[in-house]
Design a protein around this ligand. Sequence first.
Ligand code: FMN
Length: 397
Amino acid sequence: MWSGRHVVVGVSGGIACYKSCYLVRRLVEAGARVDVVLTRNAAEFVRPITFEALSGRPVLSSLWEPGGALAHVRLGQEPDLLIIAPATANLLARVAHGMADDFLTAVLLARTIPALLAPAMNDAMYAASATQANIALLRDRGYAVVGPEIGPLAEGPSDHPGRMSEPDAILRHGLRILRARGPLAGKRVLITAGSTRESIDPVRVISNRSSGKMGFRLAEAAWLRGAEVVLVSGPSSEVSGPEISRRPVESVADLKREVAAQLPTADVLIMAAAPADFTVVAPEATKRPRQGGPITLVLEATEDVLASTRDLRKPGAFIVGFALETGDANAKARAKLERKGLDLIVANDALEPGAGFEVDTNHVTILDRSGIVGTFEGTKSEVAEGILDVVEARLGH
Ligand SMILES: Cc1cc2nc3c(=O)[nH]c(=O)nc-3n(C[C@H](O)[C@H](O)[C@H](O)COP(=O)(O)O)c2cc1C
């Protein structure tokens, strides 16, 4: 996704400079062309030769070096993205006040391209009202900001923000700036994922094999497209990024409650969860002892989450369902789409190798009322991108 992109990494003089080496390395490995710009103080922490070796390109730091004439204007306008990491308190102050007294601040004053700041400093320096006012001003002027995080600082442990976001988080935010250009940007997307659990007794549950992988990949892909994502997830070992608002649920009743709470503000709902179809009529209050002979569990159908929350949908909301079937998946999915008033349904067959539950790959068919819209096969991340391409194409109309 970084391949062919031109990125300027501006580095100012904070202790987190050492992490910027890794940031540059990751960008280059991912196929980006990277120009590194150092402040004079940053070069006190990490020598330019390190960044030159990592980026494979000359490092820029002075307005007065040969070859640098007007490079500050070019670098503020021609690349795809500027990332400033770390952004020191001093750099933020200089940029907020329109100063252009070195190469990096001149690039930033001349900038017409998107820019992402990763502030990093002592927690008291960050909390200082001058720094807070500078960051607010810079946000107002169109800068994106990632972090800082709460975590250990070079000077010791801290319970307050100041530590620079990790390079991987900075890269995810950078990618989002580049990718959030379609109809999902700024939309509120509600995604459900994973299985549910229905209690038999305080120890045992009825569940299913859904891992949540498809829903989590959809949540990440939607966030990268600029959406604000709420992920309602049953028990799952999958990990979601900190920017995704995660609502853990257990039973179908919990899932319904959470979907009902979120649905009125959702522009898009993607129901990738696999809620249980049956629940136990009278779960026992204490652990049922082992006993010989057959035992009987009395089950009843769970509430249909999509049908029972239908009236709560925001007018014009776009609704995508999933149908995991065993055989004849497309026909069953079409019937479900009509029955539940969906805009699209994603059908897959649990019996097909490399698709469905507990695997990292999937093979899906997307249908609307008039029939098959497309088929996608690959990793669940690739399939998530395919599904969101269709959603964005529909939202764009
Ligand atoms: C060891 C050391 C670590 C520093 N770490 C930071 C830091 O993490 N964040 C920050 O804002 N300033 C930090 N400073 C102070 C900056 O280096 C100083 O404000 C400098 O003027 C920044 O210049 P620049 O923004 O032009 O790069 C540190 C200074 C020293 C000596």
